[in-house]
Every structure is written in C-alpha cells, then in structure tokens.
Design a protein around this ligand. Sequence first.
Ligand SMILES: O=C(O)CCC(=O)C(=O)O
Length: 289
Amino acid sequence: MMITSALIERRPTLTQKEFIDEYLLPNKPVIVTEATADWTLWWNLQEWNSHFGHEPVQIYNNLFDLIDVDTLSSFIDKHTGDNREDNSLDAKPYVRWYTTMKDVDFVWADETFREIASFWHRPEFLPEDGYLLPFSGNSSLDPTLDLFPGKGLFISGKGACTSLHCDPWASDALLCQLHGTKIVELFSPCKAAALRLDLVVADGSAQQSVEQNAAYEPSNRDTLNPKEILFIPHGWYHSVFSETDSVSLTWNFVHQTTGRSYLGYLMSSESEKARDVLKFFLNPRSGIQ
Ligand SMILES: O=C(O)CCC(=O)C(=O)O
C-alpha cells in the first residue's frame, strides 16, 4: 500500500498565543521539539525501576481495559528488554499508571508524580489558566502538581501498542516522550465516520482490517522521539506503536478555547459514561493539590 500520510508539523518552541491560535483553536496536531530542554527526566527503564520498581502499577491491554496490577519491576522484568516473555503477536500488556481520576482508592500514581515534580515543568506553550477540565475557576494549574484527567506514566515494551481510539471528555492531550520512540498515526476528525468507529473501539481486532484498507490511511504518521511533545487534538482518532521500550508522560485537558466542543459533549449522552471522572474534575478543588 502506498503510504501518503503526512508527517506531523514540528516546531522547536511555541508561545502560548501561537499554540492557541495555530493548534488548539484550529484543532491541529503538532510536535514541539524543544519545550522540554531543561527537564531532567530522561531516565531509562533501569532508572525508573530503581526509583519506583517496588510500586504497584496499573496494567492495561492495548486499549484502556485494566487487566492486572503488579509491581513496576515485575512488569519491566517480564515485558521489556531482552528477557521479554511475550514475543507473540497478541496484544502486549501496557503500564498506564494514572493519577487519581475519580473518588476511589486505587494504585494511583499521585505519590510518584509528587516525587518527580522537580524534574520537569509545565511546557511554556501551554496556558496556566482558563481550564474547563479540570475546572480551575480563576486559578492557574500546574500539571507537575495538579491532577488532570488521563495524567499518567505510560511504560511499554517494544512492540506494545495503543490501538485506534479517540480520547474521551472531548479533551486534548499532550504526550511527552521520555524514553524510546513511538510511531504515531493520527486520523483527522473528518475521517471518523469512515473508520466504523464503534466496531474498532469495541474490538481491537478490527484494527487490522482498518490498517489494511487504503481508504483508512492516517492523515499523519510520524515517529515521536525522546524529548518531543505531541499535541493530540480532540476528536482525532489515533494509534501508537512502541518501536522500542518506551516511557511517556501524558495528560488530557479542556481549555476554554475549545469550550464549544466540550459543551456539546457535556450535553450529549456520551458524557453519561464518564460521570465519575467528570464529577471529580468539575469540583473546583478536587484536582488542585
Ligand atoms: O502512548 C500511547 O501508547 C498512547 C497515547 C494515547 O493514545 C493517548 O494518550 O490517548
């Protein structure tokens, strides 16, 4: 099949105004390459293991179904590096170690994020305030400290993937690549209907038939490298393949700039499914540390 997908636009840095006017408002993906220049979180898997290996983490399948809870060191031993247990083509387990997203006790990553807070900072292109999700009122938010929906560490072995999906809550996302490389495919919202989405989302096996059909070619296909930040706009279906063992840091948000789509989502029956998460993040204080 001829691949004609475009690369994702890359910018070294962006001001907040440039980010809002050129990407957030027009709902367009971008990779920012130098916004993390002074972060110091470039740990390899052994370093993550030595800092947090004893911690229990959330382990998911190729989408967002929780399949296990195990220690990080056990996951790293079994599913990464040369000792990788699983060389089959089956979906490989994936650590998606989220911080608190609803009012229940769980193996959330909150404490780990507190411990790494001094090793990174809010990318300067991202607004400090004006958030609708989490609802921040007049306060500013800091992703190193405050809770955001979908905030977490994604840790995966070579060959693991996150199958085609669209992020919930009509939210935008940042995916910051800390270690290893990932191949990212993005489908613009105008392709959504053609993807027969309910089938693809409900059953990861449909992914393959989508990939084999030229009509479903991604709008963009690119490799996300260490230190780069990918902006994934709301309504864009995407899949992500770990080309190597990988560590990423991610969070979702809705800024007032995209409030109109968010309002449409809140008024739709779709938002019913996310009632617990919305309730948690719409309480002005619950996400703010
Ligand atoms: O990095 C990944 O595997 C998945 C990232 C993603 O798709 C997301 O955060 O929505």
